[in-house]
Design a binder for this molecule. Structure first.
Ligand code: ARG
Length: 459
């Protein structure tokens, strides 16, 4: 039975029925719909719309329904209900008869759906926060274990200046830290209950909406019914937080795919997250990383989809908004999986410290140190930069690294160079000099690791 048959003389067209239903995806909200319905029944009792006995009967039936919900949702999907709200209500009426028909007093599916969706988001946010923290911890532990592995740092994918593997890990800890901040911020704003907003203009019954909100774990009730049933800002915010975080995971994937390439050979990915080729026996492909990178694209798609759906929609609820759910469900589920997958990949990588160091030694990544050396002796940075650049050219012509040029060659470019130039341009010197906050110096990285461990409760 539909929830709205009275005004209609004709039955729904079968194609329309299929087109209109949301049950195939909103069944995910079944628990939230039941929990919110129990809370609503209590609010109705407090306003004397239901007697205590009636409320108890409704509540018992709803709890029974909740306990009967299995992982396999086949019975829900096969029911032919229009959406999850109709399914819960019709199951309630099946169990307790006409009394079940009282539950919808003063409420609308418009406030119901957004309440259910917010409850579901809150549940997912706590799981996401847990998984982001777990990934941060993995990065910090890998940083600690590879604290003195020197590797090249890149700009424009050209070797730029030496860094350490630990420093690279801590860059991702920072990105994930901002993701946590954004997620917590989005959570604060979505933590208001729309229930009791009715279809759009509030409920005509004497409901204590603040008490109702708190009973479901919300911080407070929303302040305007028209806005409450129209608002999907929280969906947009979550999808944009997800997009940014997935972009971080995608850059992480790209970095590791490159580090794992035959050309770089900085790391080896574990067998348990790679796959082989059906044709080329030697292949070990970084599928897990490529999938993370690929899934980032569909998350962006969902963000653009909801932004486009809501653009120009008149207030308040419109059926277009039913299209908010699939992208959101898909995104939060995939984001969670990608966070877990990234941690799994990271935990099992082998770092090839010799190739990392060899690569750092090549590429003239200590050229800046030569310029800085001259600056310390009073040369302007621009002039020093030019001399160092010409020395790089000289080294390229001699097929040598800068460290292997003779002192007499250095002196051809400036007689300020002395024997101590060599100790100033070792890889270790490049690192240790960068001791100020945020720098790559091992001592500074070590302090950051300790701080991160404290913050993440690893120690
Ligand atoms: N299935 C709907 C949705 O997902 C629930 C709200 C329906 N409201 C309505 N007035 N038809 O948005």
């Amino acid at each position: 039975m539909t929830l709205w048959g009275g005004r209609f003389l004709e039955k729904s067209n079968q194609l329309f029925k299929k087109f209109n239903t949301s049950l195939l995806f909103d069944y995910i909200l079944v628990k939230e719909d039941i929990i919110a319905s129990i809370a609503w029944s209590k609010a109705l009792m407090k306003s004397n719309i239901l007697t205590k006995k009636e409320q108890e009967k409704i509540q018992t039936a709803l709890f029974l329904l909740l306990s009967e919900i299995k992982n396999d949702k086949k019975d829900i999907l096969m029911s032919g209900s229009e959406d999850i709200h109709s399914w819960v209500e019709s199951r309630l009426i099946d169990q307790i008869g006409d009394l079940g028909k009282k539950l919808h007093t003063g409420r609308s599916r418009n406030d119901q759906i957004t309440t259910d969706l917010k409850l579901w988001c809150k549940k997912k946010i706590s799981l996401l926060l847990k998984n982001i923290l777990a990934l941060q911890k993995t990065f910090v532990l890998i940083a600690e274990h590879n604290y003195n592995v020197i590797m090249p740092g890149y700009t424009h994918l050209q070797r730029a200046q030496p860094i350490t593997f630990a420093y690279w890990c801590l860059a991702y800890v920072e990105m994930l830290r901002r993701d946590v901040g954004r997620l917590e911020d989005a959570e604060k704003r979505l933590n208001t209950s729309p229930l009791g907003s009715g279809a759009l203009a509030g409920t005509a019954w004497n409901i204590d909406r603040e008490e109702l909100a708190k009973s479901m774990g919300f911080a407070s009730a929303t302040r305007n019914g028209l806005d409450s049933v129209s608002d999907r800002d929280y969906v947009i915010e979550l999808l944009s937080v997800a997009s940014i975080s997935m972009m971080h995971l995608s850059r992480f994937s790209e970095d590791l795919i490159f580090f794992n390439s035959g050309e770089a050979n900085f790391i080896e990915l574990s067998d348990n997250i790679t796959s082989g080729s059906s044709l080329m026996p030697q292949k070990k492909n970084p599928d897990a990383l490529e999938l993370i990178r690929g899934k980032c694209g569909r998350v962006y798609g969902s963000l653009f989809s909801i932004l486009t759906i809501l653009k120009s929609l008149p207030l308040s609820y419109n059926k277009d908004m039913q299209e908010d759910k699939e992208g959101l469900f898909d995104t939060l589920q995939n984001w969670n999986i990608c966070l877990c997958m990234a941690a799994l990949i990271l935990k099992n990588i082998k770092i090839n410290r010799i190739s990392c160091k060899k690569a750092a030694e090549k590429g003239y990544s200590n050229a800046t140190e030569i310029a800085d050396y001259l600056v310390k002796k009073g040369v302007t940075f621009r002039e020093a930069h030019n001399i160092a650049g010409r020395l790089v050219l000289q080294a390229i012509n001699e097929k040598k690294s800068l460290n292997n040029l003779n002192l007499s060659t250095f002196k051809l470019y400036s007689n300020l160079f002395e024997e101590n130039i060599y100790e100033n341009i070792t890889l270790e010197a490049c690192l240790t000099k960068r001791i100020s906050k945020g720098g790559v110096a091992p001592e500074q990285v070590h302090q950051e690791i300790i701080k991160a461990k404290k913050r993440l409760h690893i120690i």
